[in-house]
Each structure stands twice: as C-alpha cells, then as structure tokens.
Ligand binder design. Structure first.
Ligand code: ATP
Ligand code: MG
Length: 355
C-alpha cells in the first residue's frame, strides 16, 4: 500500500479554473497507478470568494488548508480590480494571507528547459541546451516587509531592507538539502559589497555551508548573477537569494524555459506546501479553453516530490510532459511558428495527451 494524503484544490479565478483541473487529474492518475490514496477537497479564494462571501480568503478555506497535506492552487484576479485600484477588498489579499497563515517562507522555482522547446525560444539553443536551475527565493523578509517612510514634503522616501539570522538560516538549509539531491552546487546571490543586510546574508550562508561540505558553494553579487544567467545558464544548479533579488532574477530566468505557461512553483515552510503555476489568471484568454495546462501539471509533479517525497511518481509526470511535447503537441503559447508539423491543442486536449 502507498501513502495517504489530503490535498486541497483551490482553482481560484480565470484560467486558474481551467488548468487546475488537469493538475488534479494527473494526481488522481498517479494515485491509481502507484496505489496511493489521495483525497481531494475544494476551496475558494480570490475574486470568486469575494463574490460568494465578501472575503478573498474565507475562514472555511483557511481551515481546510491547515488540515491538508498539500495545496494545489491555480491563480487569482479579475479585470475589474486592474481598472479600479481603489477597491478595498482585493483577490491578492487572500494569497498574502494564506502564505502568512501557513508560514510559507521559501519559494521554489525550477527553471528547466525541455529540449523539445529549444527552437521556440528567442535565446540561442547552444546557450540554453541542458539548463536546469532550482531557485530558492526568500519570502518573509527584505524591503517588502521593512519599515516604509515618506517625509512630510513627500520628496524623500525609504524602504528598510531587513533580514534576521533565523530567516537566512532556514532558507539556507532548505536550499542545501535540495542541492544535495541534485548536482551539489549552490550559488548564493547577494550584494554584500554594498548592503549590510546582504553581509548578514553572506555570513549566515558561510556558516550553514560548513554543515554541507559535500556541496560546492559560490557567492555571487546580484548584478553579476543577472548577467551570468543569460550568458551561461548551465553554470547554475541551486540558486538561493533574498526576496527582492529573487523576484527579479526568477522573472528573468523564466525566459530560459520559454513560456509562462510552462513554469511551476512551490512555496514551502515547515508544514503544508503550496503549489501553483507562476502565471496569473490571464483574463485575456480565460474561458476560451486555450490556456497551457502544463504549468499546473508540473506543479502537481513538484508536490509529489517535495511534499510527499514521491520522486519516481514525480519523474513519471515530467516524462509524460516530455513525451507529449516530443510528439509535437503544443498549446498556442509554445507553438513554434516556423514549424509546420505541430498539433496545436486546446487546454483539455493537451491535458488529455499528458494523461
Ligand atoms: P494576473 O493579473 O493574475 O497576474 P495576468 O492577466 O497578468 O494575470 P499573467 O498570468 O501574468 O496574466 O500572464 C500574462 C499573459 O501571458 C496572459 O495575458 C496570457 O496571454 C499569457 N499566459 C499566461 N499564462 C498562460 C498559460 N497558461 N497559457 C497560455 N498563455 C498564458
Ligand atoms: Mg501578471
């Protein structure tokens, strides 16, 4: 008999609803094939939750989240909030609250280019081929949460960059553990030549590094890292960095994998993991059945690996995605306009091919 797990599915808004269905179907298929017992519950969050209850994260969803082993999330958002920034109750509040309540402090973004998509990228194939990076972005500290000030005359402003030792230590350990299971290389990114918060970051990283002598550690300044990422992405294995640098660097890195429709992420803390595509609710294509479901399917693969420790099953999902791409099936966002022998699929047809 396999493992028993409780999974909360939060489809959210827009294409979140369309793509999460496929993440869940893939998890169901894995459970059946490998004799695991996954039970699913559904929760609402975001615009749909505001419409139904007035609250972007209803208490009922939060309780279900706390009682689950992992969460599969889609996306939140709706065009009406983009056009009216004064609306007080907003979908994003739900996401920020659930991250805080679940103590999710590390955001993992694997950037892996599928060979099958090499030709569709705007970066040269010989630079890209074989890129496989796992980013760890710290989620609870940095300028996002430090004190924000504006002088009375409104002409001077500041955001405090703040880090505590324990915050750096815990994400350092998560990143080193992951590096141990990969190519045993870790690059810590900071700006320690200028910033005091970065000096603390580097100091703590160097201390934790001593516990992992089998992993090769490198320290790099953010400006250099941003350049190296485009010049030679293959040199990186695990990259760990703070909240602000991680925000910028992972968006840059998403271009290595081609489309946003391909990229999955995991937010983890000490308990329940939270898995989601990096893309948003994409109102422009919502309801048309053309969204790429692979980011949600790959989020399910991450859940199997990180939250449940089911590496074989996780690899099985990734192989199925690879096989689907190899056979020439594409959604519009990853179609190579220069190749004619591709089959352009809608969301459901593409999901079904992976299954
Ligand atoms: P949000 O405001 O929630 O971030 P968004 O409307 O900004 O949502 P994004 O997810 O940021 O949408 O995506 C930007 C664009 O990329 C979308 O408008 C869409 O055209 C495209 N896109 C995003 N995700 C997918 C996907 N899974 N499949 C196909 N195209 C996608
Ligand atoms: Mg967006």
């Amino acid at each position: 008999m396999g493992v028993e797990k409780k999974i909360l599915v939060i489809p959210g808004d827009g294409i979140g609803q369309e793509v999460t269905t496929w993440g869940q179907k893939v998890l169901t298929a894995i459970a059946a094939n490998y004799h695991h017992k996954f039970t699913f519950e559904e929760g609402i969050m975001g615009h749909v939750a505001i419409e139904a209850t007035g609250d972007p994260l209803p208490e009922e969803t939060l309780q279900k989240a706390k009682n689950s082993d992992a969460i599969l999330f889609g996306a939140i958002g709706h065009a009406k909030y983009d056009n009216d920034p004064t609306l007080k109750v907003r979908p994003e509040q739900g996401l920020l609250k659930i991250r805080k309540e679940l103590g999710l402090y590390a955001n993992l973004r694997p950037i892996k280019l599928f060979d099958e998509l090499l030709e569709a990228s705007s970066i040269k194939p010989e630079i890209l081929r074989g890129s496989d990076i796992l980013f760890f972005r710290e989620l609870t500290g940095d300028v996002y949460f430090g004190e924000k000030k504006r002088t009375e005359d409104r002409n001077t402003a500041s955001d405090l960059m703040i880090y505590h030792r324990y915050e750096v230590e815990r994400i350092a350990r998560k990143a080193y553990e992951a590096a141990r299971n990969r190519r045993k290389k870790l690059c810590s990114v900071d700006k320690a030549n200028v910033l005091e918060a970065s000096r603390l970051w580097r100091e703590v990283m160097q201390e934790v590094a001593k516990e992992y002598p089998d992993v090769e550690t490198e320290h790099m300044f953010i400006d250099n890292a941003a350049m190296q990422l485009i010049k030679d992405p293959k040199r990186f294995d695990v990259v760990v960095t703070g909240n602000l640098f991680g925000d910028i660097l992972t968006d840059e890195a998403s271009q290595i994998a081609g489309s946003m429709g391909m990229l999955a992420s995991a937010s983890v803390g000490d308990k329940t993991g939270f898995y989601e595509p990096i893309h948003g609710s994409a109102h422009d294509i919502a309801g048309k059945g053309i969204a790429n479901p692979l980011a949600s399917i790959l989020s399910a693969a991450l859940m199997l690996d990180i939250s449940f420790g089911l590496k074989t099953e996780s690899q099985r999902v990734i192989k199925a995605v690879e096989a689907t791409l190899r056979q020439g099936y594409r959604t519009m966002d990853i179609a190579n306009k220069h190749t004619v022998n591709e089959f352009i699929m809608g969301t459901d047809a593409m999901g079904a091919k992976v299954l």
